[in-house]
Design a protein around this ligand. Sequence first.
Ligand code: ADP
Ligand code: MG
Length: 350
Amino acid sequence: MFEDKEQARTPVSELGEFGLIAHLTKGFQLKQPTSVKGIGDDAAVISSEENKQLVLTSDMLVEGVHFDLGYMPLKHLGYKSVIVNLSDVYAMNAEATQIIVSIALSNRFPVEAVEELYSGIATAAKLYGVDVVGGDTTSSTSGLIISISAVGQVESERVTYRSGAGENDLLVVTGDLGAAYLGLQVLEREKKVFEVNPNAQPDLEPYTYLVERQLKPEARKDIPSLLAELEVLPTAMIDISDGLSSEILHLCKESGVGCNLYEEKIPLDPQVIQTCEEFQLDSTTIALSGGEDYELLMTIRQEDFPKIKGNPNLTVIGHMTSPGDGAHLISRAEEKIPLIARGWNALKEE
Ligand code: ADP
Ligand code: MG
């Protein structure tokens, strides 16, 4: 994780808008061959390679709605705001190449705070190999708003939509689920303890994986290239931002199929299982509705199963059924329970 350090407080007005932009963006270099012109003109210029399609996506994060600066350090926030965008690019089976970063700042943010935010953005951009090619900077009368747009490219015949899943296709997920939501529960609990007793030292040691998944999530950059290597083209794909059941329902609706999801197959980290016991939560519910996992959910043809079998990154959790069947969870007790979409918001109100 990142470290915090004591900071001076320079008002943004000391640099002015253009000074701030120049200051924040001076370190950004262009590495992608398709980045023709980056920061410094009216628009960035990006070239496209032959036989490839461009994918474009955008996400906005609003203070008090999507994040709480009480437990989200600015560096992590910058990092995470890049990750949530790149995850959407990878869900199209594309490679992410450029991002554009727009921020609205209230005057309670000094230059040093914006620097922190940008160091997280720069760290993610470097690690994921994307160029920062532009953005916009403005003031806000309330909180902080960050909007990032990402560009990616994919061979035309390898782009994956939500709509391609067929009956009998296997439902496959990357990584494990539920940890990010539990990480948020742990952080909220610690925040409350701290409010009552500011001298309390948070003990996050048993929850390191959960907290890391919440504060410093990663996107599955490795999956489009892994699938190409395995010679598997998913019939449909989506990223898991709202929770497994919501994403399954999207795939079913867009593809016009049903789905059987097997409870016993859902991949869970041991820390998720332990913490669910401690918090008296049902781990399946958390995996289904928790959200913010940024894993990829895809469907593949049955004949491709031998190609993915045994791969530690890919777990078969179910299969698609005929359209009239609807989407169901098959429980460990072999009960058939209809899947409902309950994002992390709904879960919070319980
Ligand atoms: P314009 O008046 O055309 O909007 P700006 O002065 O806002 O131009 O931006 C100048 C350059 O700096 C542009 O290339 C823009 O994309 C880039 N830029 C502005 N704000 C940011 C930011 N927060 N992060 C990265 N690049 C930015
Ligand atoms: Mg502008």
